[in-house]
Design a protein around this ligand. Structure first.
Ligand code: NAD
Length: 317
């Protein structure tokens, strides 16, 4: 039988950002003919990071952006290398492939990247703005805040898939939608749940320990999201919340983890951002739209963030 749903590839979604980014490159070249420079720091031997770095390089070069991968074999020298790039006026954007140390030292390193060059949007200030639903960096609302690029990529994917309803006012375009997010990391899952709730969705945030519900509260009364504990993780609770969900987003970093297809509502939208395949092939028989990976959209968001940072630097000059 032919599946009624469709698989949508991240590469196709990413294409919709090419024109926007290319126009920005042309503008930058008027004042900087050699074009913008993005620097990536690789200090681990993770093949997923290596692949991601290669895609980033290819994408950059196809658009006239310079990309330099700096390999730091001894991680103890990474901090210094980042500081050097912070000081270098030629460098417009900096990213680090994590994990490096795989512990709290990685969070420290994230904050070493100058916030003016932090294309991944990992600076504490950006996260705090996100959680507090603050969209500008200044009182005059001239400098837009930066969003962490993976949560941002997922928002852009949901817009592309028309889960965001453009007939509703901005800030409420997910009203009526129920979304499950299986991952609550500080990098992706928790900020994503907050962003979706800030836009009006009811979000069920799942991690190994428990399940939480993120909402914006009644109507438009609250300016930022609210969190409620629903209980410890159990398959029966996961089944209950998933049965009602319009969208299921997974990000479990494990090759063996599979989201149970039988929990998915007919016609739900399924998105996986983990580098492992979190859905079984049978998802295609149930989902209306299935997005198997998101990395290529994340790269577009890195570049979008880089131009926003460069615009902010120009405005404050
Ligand atoms: P992490 O290890 O920090 O977090 C994993 C999360 O998954 C945690 O909240 C954990 O509790 C939850 N989890 C693990 N097993 C679970 C289970 N059986 N049931 C429910 N929840 C479970 O990882 P991370 O940094 O958030 O990255 C997750 C994945 O996303 C990785 O594969 C990473 O490569 C990928 N990633 C992709 C992009 C992208 O652009 N596509 C960006 C960043 C990370």
């Amino acid at each position: 039988a032919v599946n009624p749903g469709r698989t949508i590839l991240a590469s196709n979604i990413a294409k919709t950002f090419i024109d926007e980014i290319q126009n920005k490159v042309l503008n930058v070249k008027k004042i900087k003919p050699e074009g913008p420079l993005l620097v990536g720091f690789l200090s681990n031997d993770d093949p997923a990071a290596e692949m991601y770095a290669n895609w980033t390089k290819k994408t950059c070069e196809s658009m006239g952006i310079r990309y330099e991968l700096r390999r730091i074999d001894d991680s103890d020298f990474l901090e210094e290398a980042i500081i050097e790039a912070n000081r270098d006026d030629d460098v417009n954007g900096i990213m680090v492939y994590f994990p490096v140390f795989g512990n709290a030292q990685d969070q420290y390193l994230q904050q070493v990247v100058a916030k003016e060059k932090d294309v991944e949007g990992l600076n504490h200030l950006y996260y705090q703005n996100l959680y507090h639903n603050v969209r500008y960096l200044d009182a005059n609302k001239k400098l837009k805040s930066i969003l962490p690029c993976t949560p941002l990529a997922i928002i852009k994917i949901l817009e592309y898939l028309k889960i965001y309803n453009s007939l509703l006012v901005e800030g409420n375009r997910l009203y009526g939608k129920k979304i499950v997010v299986v991952n609550r990391s500080e990098i992706v899952g928790r900020p994503l749940a907050a962003l979706l709730a800030n836009d009006g969705a009811i979000v069920y945030s799942v991690d190994v320990n428990n399940i939480q519900k993120f909402t914006r509260g009644e109507g438009l009364k609250f300016t930022k999201h609210q969190v409620e504990d629903l209980g410890n993780f159990s398959n029966s609770l996961l089944k209950d919340i998933s049965g009602e969900a319009d969208v299921i987003i997974t990000g479990v970093p494990s090759e063996t983890y599979k989201f149970p297809t039988e929990y998915i509502k007919d016609g739900a939208v399924c998105i996986n951002f983990s580098s492992s395949k979190n859905f079984e092939d049978s998802v295609k028989e149930i989902a209306s739209l299935y997005v198997p990976s998101t990395g290529k959209v994340t790269i577009s968001m890195l570049l979008r963030n880089m131009f926003r940072l460069m615009e902010n630097v120009e405005i404050t000059k």
